[in-house]
Design a protein around this ligand. Structure first.
Ligand code: GLV
Ligand code: MN
Ligand code: MN
Length: 412
């Protein structure tokens, strides 16, 4: 099955016919169908599949008779299959499909790995259902406590434990997977570029330098429900007003500190058009080039929210849902990728090296083993939207690059 066939077979899974965007939330029927697709793709290639204790999927190209040295040996590539609400087709799947295609490419060329190679698909990378981004890799590395993870709730109150159990995956084993991590020598994730730097540089593929520190905070404004047509202005305790002031403060804080701050999700209860809300819950996503700037942004936003809530007689509370420190990808692995790919692809001889504000499982795993990322040019510059795009020729260049990198890392 070629890249195009793999792509076409995954494309309909979890796509909303109205928006054309993906709603592949972990442990829902769409996610389970994507997991079946992964197992089928692996099975067609004779790869050994397994689901680890955290629900992450693995497809292994084993090396017969390889002595157990106790040293980290496996070279892993992959990405994720879940999506944000109405996500694009490329964020995650491009890395998984390119991984299978790169293995096909290596086999067709008669390459025999000297060490195990695996394709992985990590669970809930986007955090779209349970609120914690990179949940599968964070659980694996011990960055999230399993008991707390089991109790994470989706928007309808279903716990992660119940969702997993309902999908036939036992949540009892959730937690650190040191043995698996110890067996991994490197993880290389290919991903759609989430910006348009490569287009400006005339390069189909880039190498990641690092990831900005970033996090998610849940803000709760608690007011008092009342009648929109009869409640006098001085009598109102309207949580929408401090929320609105906080959105504007977040934009200003981002501008002040060269950072990014976004409210992309908000809910108002009880949600009547002719009523003052009883509460507003909103999620702040903040990212900055450095931890100090990120702290300044969140401090400024929190202070503004507290002051506005007080001024409007509204209660305010804030809870951090996730925080990812700055990541610098392994310099030696980065240099190795640069050396392998120099002059091998269309465009500039030296593959460009780019920072990113987006989170990835490669960033989480970087705390435990050498990791690296390849970006494939996205001419739209848009991501987390159905407008996300990569030209087929650039996807092919990505596969070529990944195959070359894997050959370099897994060869004798
Ligand atoms: C992952 O896509 C993120 O939100 O950075
Ligand atoms: Mn994403
Ligand atoms: Mn992604």
């Amino acid at each position: 099955m070629s890249f195009a066939e793999l792509w076409a077979s995954l494309l309909p899974i979890g796509r909303d016919p109205g928006t054309g965007g993906y709603r592949r939330y972990s442990w829902t029927p769409a996610d389970l169908a994507a997991r079946d697709w992964f197992r089928a793709a692996a099975g067609q290639r004779g790869l050994r599949t397994e689901t680890d204790r955290n629900g992450n999927l693995w497809a292994w190209w084993d090396v017969a008779g390889m002595p157990a040295t106790g040293q980290p040996a496996a070279i892993v590539t992959g990405s994720h299959l879940d999506s944000v609400p109405d996500g694009g087709a490329y964020d995650g799947p491009l890395g998984v499909i390119s991984a299978f295609a790169a293995l096909d490419d290596l086999r067709e060329r008669g390459f025999t790995p000297a060490r195990p190679v695996a394709v992985a698909a990590f669970t809930e990378e986007e955090g779209a259902r349970f609120g914690v981004a990179c949940l599968g890799s964070r659980l694996m590395t011990g960055a999230v406590a399993p008991a707390a993870a089991r109790e994470l709730r989706d928007g309808t109150g279903v716990s992660l434990a119940a969702a997993m159990a309902g999908a036939g995956c036992d949540p009892v084993g959730l937690g650190p997977d040191d043995k698996r991590l110890a067996a991994m020598a490197a993880y290389v994730e290919l991903h759609i570029e989430q910006g348009s730097a490569l287009a400006g540089l005339g390069a189909p593929v880039g190498i990641a330098e690092g990831i900005w520190p970033h996090g998610r905070w849940r803000l709760e404004f608690a007011g008092r429900a009342d009648h929109a047509g009869t409640t006098r202005i001085p009598d109102r305790r309207d949580p929408m007003l401090p929320y609105a002031a906080t959105v504007l403060a977040a934009r200003q804080a981002a501008v002040d500190h060269g950072a990014l701050a976004t409210f992309g999700k908000v809910t108002a209860e009880p949600g009547g058009a002719n009523g003052i809300s009883s509460s507003v819950t909103a999620w702040l996503d903040a990212r900055a080039p450095g931890q100090a700037a990120l702290d300044q942004v969140t401090g400024q936003v929190t202070a503004a929210a507290e002051a506005a809530a007080l001024a409007h007689g509204v209660g305010f509370s804030l809870r951090r849902e996730s925080l990812t420190p700055a990541v610098s990808f392994d310099p030696a692995l980065q240099a190795r990728l640069g050396a392998v790919l120099a002059g091998q692809l269309p465009g500039p001889r030296r593959v460009p090296v780019l920072p990113t504000g987006a989170g990835h499982d490669a960033g989480v795993l970087a705390a435990r083993l050498p990791t690296a990322m390849l970006f494939v040019r996205n001419p739209s510059g848009v991501s987390h939207s159905p407008a996300e795009y990569a030209e087929p020729a650039d996807c092919a260049a990505g596969v070529t690059a990944l195959a070359a990198v894997l050959a370099g890392l897994a060869g004798s």
